[in-house]
Every structure is written in structure tokens, then in C-alpha cells.
Design a protein around this ligand. Structure first.
Ligand code: 5GP
Length: 185
């Protein structure tokens, strides 16, 4: 695979800025969930970097779990409004204070489907923490309780987000050069 620099138009959020904001989010979440049974749910694979950094900034006891989904029309980021569960949670969330940890909310269809699915399992509470919010692309209304950054309408990669499954390891968020990489429709 080629060097990521070939696809990078510019850095959108550098490592220090990311980590500073994640520390602030962790502190806010710790304050608001004090005395509760905080349970973080990470959506694989994009949310994994964010989860591992965020949980190290949360100072109250908490548990984690993972689920994986795929949008109908594999390889597509334009969801039909339905997602398919490809890996379910390990633990029951009934009666727990669940915080969903997402990498990015774009049209909102993915998040909306996940929230619908999790609500059926009767958590005590269900909130959303997303690192990135492409607010201007929203097609369906979704509640976002904690947001790292509102970003412009551009295809981004790094820090968990992929370009054809690569470059998730980059410690910063970059904007793709559209002349070098055609984002999936
Ligand atoms: P939705 O449109 O349903 O809100 O977002 C669907 C999914 O598309 C996200 O969870 C994410 O996996 C992917 N996605 C949306 N925008 C981007 C982007 O700029 N970069 C990458 N790598 N994935 C994105």
C-alpha cells in the first residue's frame, strides 16, 4: 500500500488538538456520570482509536463493549437507513447507562439505526458521544450529547477512519485529496 501522504490534501485536526479535546470530553463525561454505571459501547472499526483514548480520560469506573455493523450495500457510506449487525455486544445493556462512542456522524442514518436497535434492549439511559460531526450533511435527525469537532463536508481519514481499510493508525485527522482518492458514494 502506498504512503498516506499521497492521499492527504491537508491535516484537518492535528494530534495535540485531538488529544486536548478528548481529555476535555473525558472530564465532562466523568462529571456527568459520577455515581452511575457507565457502559461505553464502541462501534467497530472506526471508533476504536477514539474509544481507547477517551476511556483513559474517564476517571470514574466504567465498562466497555463492542459491536460491528455494516451498511446495506457493502463498501458504501451512503446508508439506506438500515444497518446489519455483523457482531453483537457481549453483555446485556438492560438497566445500564450506555454511552455510544462513534467516530463520525455523516447523514445520521447509521447512528439512527443503532439507537433504534439499542433502545429495544431497555438501557437505563442511552447517550451518544461522537468525535466528528459532519453536521451540514445530516439527512436524519439524531441526538448527539457529546461532540469532539464539527467538521466541514469533506472525506476525512486517520485516527480510526479508513481509506479502503488503510491508514486507521494515523494519530491525526486528514482531508483526502479528491484527485487521488474517490470517496465511496
Ligand atoms: P452516516 O452517513 O450513516 O452518518 O455515516 C455512515 C458511515 O460512513 C460512518 O460511520 C463512517 O464509517 C462512514 N463515513 C462517513 N463520512 C466519512 C469520512 O469522511 N471518512 C471515512 N473514512 N468514513 C466516513
Amino acid at each position: 500500500m502506498r504512503d498516506y501522504r499521497e492521499f492527504l490534501k491537508e491535516t484537518l485536526i492535528d494530534e495535540d488538538t485531538l488529544q486536548e479535546r478528548i481529555a476535555a470530553l473525558g472530564a465532562e463525561i466523568s462529571r456527568e456520570y459520577q455515581g452511575k454505571s457507565l457502559h461505553l459501547i464502541c462501534i467497530l472499526r472506526g471508533g476504536v482509536m477514539f474509544l481507547t483514548d477517551l476511556m483513559r480520560q474517564i476517571s470514574i469506573p466504567h465498562t466497555i463493549d463492542f459491536m460491528a455493523i455494516s451498511s446495506y450495500g457493502a463498501g458504501s457510506r451512503r446508508s439506506s437507513g438500515q444497518v446489519r449487525l455483523t457482531m453483537d455486544l457481549k453483555d446485556d445493556i438492560g438497566g445500564r447507562d450506555v454511552l455510544l462512542v462513534e467516530d463520525i456522524v455523516d447523514s445520521g442514518y447509521t447512528l439512527s439505526s443503532i439507537l433504534e436497535l439499542l433502545t429495544l434492549r431497555k438501557p437505563a439511559s442511552l447517550k451518544v458521544c461522537t468525535l466528528l460531526d459532519k453536521a451540514e450533511r445530516r439527512e436524519v435527525d439524531v441526538p448527539i450529547d457529546y461532540c469532539g469537532f464539527v467538521i466541514p463536508n469533506a472525506f476525512v481519514f486517520g485516527y480510526g477512519l479508513d481509506l479502503d481499510e488503510y491508514y486507521r493508525d494515523l494519530p491525526f485527522i486528514g482531508i483526502v485529496n479528491p484527485e487521488r482518492f474517490q470517496p465511496p458514494e
